[in-house]
Design a protein around this ligand. Structure first.
Ligand code: ADP
Ligand code: MG
Length: 602
């Protein structure tokens, strides 16, 4: 009976042309995204995602959705075969995740696919095998209701594409990002994610707040303020972080439109504006904001992977978002000083308004962003300060200069020479001034100490002899699933500088020792590193980042205490292979050479 209820049809070629073609399968995470979205469109309440080798060898998605008829199970793999739209008009009333009818065809073209599917009412299900887009087999089988798709050996027939895949860690992280984006919109769907047999996520049916906590960690989940605004343009709901739970690095910032994760830098700006002056300039708010909009008020078609969505009236939405954030913050009991008077209450516009002064910035992303490249090479830095000093002397009479310098000499402390060559003193508690074989050296003692600490730590990693201090009261490091992936990749690196961990539940660890020089909040200094996805993608960068952050945390900004300390700093600094620049590439000292001095004062 159900056989004649087939629901899939092929789109007309006119419609096909109206749909901008996009690359569907770029990497394993794109497969995960398409298959999870199909399961959601099929009304599944439970979706299991199982992958091997970060999706390289296997991606399996099992759902309990409505399943397909045997005929549809084959037709589903034809290009532009979809049950979701019939013509371009439908594009403006989309309520489903997919609609192009391209995903299964594209996936099947570049892998070996096995599909098992059965509708609830059917007695038998259908099994289909497709290799590189060619139908290899279809048979009737006994199987559970719903759909199971197995995608094996991705890009097996396109070696060039396979070569472009990143390291497993990176591909796994991409999958985790996609999984989280979906998990955060569908808290009512039970979701699991398993990689190489180990469970990364096991999420039951929960509410939004609980789901945010399960995905982004309890700390983020617990301290959220609610947003809920209804306007004719959109229903905006969700959560924002309290001013004291903003973060410095990689905040969780999510926008969703009609159940789809989107990126929207312009609206992100609106949220930040809402926090205006309530948080330090270097802190970033976290937010999970869900827009419900009439499907015809947005254009989901502007980007092939659909993460950038254009709203019909973005300029009117902008101030609405700012106000909604301000209101949520004002009504938060955690900030009594910020309670707004009723009179000062911001009116949330409920009808489109003309805010033509506000410009929607174009969406640009710098894919070549390298946090280290902004620092120019050591030599160019080292040369710069000298110019500054030349200017300092310009136009000043020698007498004046002598006066000033003798003024400054008051309070100087004479430092015993480090080597016979270094005879010097500490200026302002911060600079060490000493002689060198070519002239006079001015050394920034804090930067020098950073270099020393960095070198010591990096030697420790190279030698394999870590120095840790045992913690009398071990602290608990609780990680999110994503942080845990980065953590496990880099655990040995942490251990090599003196950290000690003991397992403490699924994604929690007991911190038993820390690097001996480290001061401050141990747990946060680890978390800061783990939540830096840009840098975690490259192992080398992670090492650099870790060393840099540890060096900073082991180096107090305080003044140099006495000649002994200054002497030690100078002698340690000049044991370094690169004494002239800090690990970030900032100059540590500069030299007034004797020719320069002679030129100035004879
Ligand atoms: P689209 O999702 O854009 O329609 P796809 O290639 O992803 O295109 O899927 C083609 C069709 O196959 C869908 O329209 C749907 O009818 C059917 N289909 C795919 N996955 C599932 C699933 N998990 N459960 C039920 N039907 C599915
Ligand atoms: Mg689809």
């Amino acid at each position: 009976m159900p056989d004649n209820q087939n629901i899939i049809h092929t789109l007309s070629s006119a419609t096909i042309n109206q749909i901008a073609a996009g690359e569907v399968v770029q990497r394993p995470s794109s497969v995960v995204k398409e298959l999870m979205e199909n399961a959601i469109d099929a009304g599944a309440t439970k979706i299991d995602v199982i992958i091997q080798d970060a999706g390289r060898t296997l991606i399996q998605v099992i759902d309990n959705g409505k399943g397909m008829s045997p005929d549809d199970s084959v037709k589903a793999f034809e290009r532009h075969a979809t049950s979701k739209i019939s013509d371009a008009e439908d594009l403006f009333a989309l309520t489903t995740m997919g609609f192009r009818g391209e995903a299964l065809a594209s996936i099947a073209a570049v892998s070996r696919v096995e599909l098992k599917t059965r509708r609830q009412a059917d007695e038998l299900g259908s099994r289909v095998e497709i290799n590189g887009g060619e139908l290899a087999l279809q048979e009737m089988i006994n199987c559970q209701a719903g759909t199971q798709i197995l995608v094996k050996d991705l890009f097996y027939n396109i070696p060039v594409r396979r070569k472009f895949l990143k390291k497993n860690e990176t591909e796994l992280r991409n999958i985790l990002n996609i999984f989280e984006q979906i998990a955060l919109v569908y808290p009512g769907i039970c979701l699991t994610l398993t990689n190489n047999g180990s469970t990364i996520f096991n999420l039951g049916k929960e509410n939004y707040r609980q789901r945010i906590a399960s995905v982004c960690g309890d700390k983020t989940g617990k301290e959220l303020l609610t947003i809920d605004v209804d306007t004719v343009l959109a229903h905006i709901s969700g959560f924002i972080s309290t001013p004291d739970t903003t973060v410095k690095k990689s905040p969780s910032q999510y926008f969703f439109v009609n159940g789809r994760y989107i990126q929207h830098p312009y609206f992100a700006k609106a949220v930040s504006l809402g926090y205006d002056r309530l948080i330090p300039a270097d802190s970033k708010p976290q937010f999970f904001i869900y827009f419900d909009v009439e499907p015809d008020k947005i254009d989901v078609n502007i980007h092939p992977t659909k993460t950038e969505v254009k709203f019909e009236d973005e300029q009117s939405l902008f101030p609405i978002i700012v106000s909604a954030v301000k209101e949520a913050l004002a009504s938060s009991c955690s900030m009594p000083g910020l309670m707004f008077d009723q009179e000062d209450r911001i009116e949330i516009p409920v009808a489109p308004v003309d805010f033509s002064g506000l410009q929607t910035p174009p969406v640009t992303r710098n894919t070549n962003y390298n946090p280290f490249s902004s620092h120019s090479s050591a030599s160019s830095h080292a040369a710069k300060p000298v110019t500054g000093w030349e200017r300092l002397y310009d136009g000043t009479s020698k007498e004046e200069e002598i006066l000033k310098s003798s003024d400054r000499l008051a309070g100087y402390e004479i430092v015993d020479s480090v080597k016979p060559l270094f005879r010097g003193f500490v200026y302002n508690g911060k600079y060490i001034v000493c002689s060198s074989d070519k002239g006079v050296l001015l050394v920034n003692s804090y930067r020098a100490s950073l270099r020393i600490a960095y070198d010591r730590l990096s030697k420790m990693i190279e030698s394999g002899h870590s120095e840790g201090q045992m913690l009398l009261f071990p602290e608990i490091l609780e990680l999110t699933a994503t942080e845990n992936v980065t953590f496990l990749e880099n655990k040995s690196l942490f251990e090599s500088v003196g950290y000690g961990f003991e397992e403490f539940g699924n994604t929690a660890y007991k911190l038993t020792s820390v690097p001996s020089s480290l001061v401050g909040d141990y747990i946060n200094s680890i978390k800061e590193l783990l939540s830096d996805p840009e840098l975690c993608n490259v192992r080398e960068s992670f090492r650099e980042r870790m060393l840099m952050s540890l060096a900073k945390k082991s180096t107090p900004q305080s003044v140099v205490n006495g000649s002994e300390e200054a002497e030690k700093i100078i002698s340690e600094l000049f044991k370094s292979r690169t004494p002239s620049v800090t690990p970030q590439g900032l100059p540590i000292f500069f030299e007034l050479d004797s020719d320069f001095i002679k030129n100035k004062i004879g």
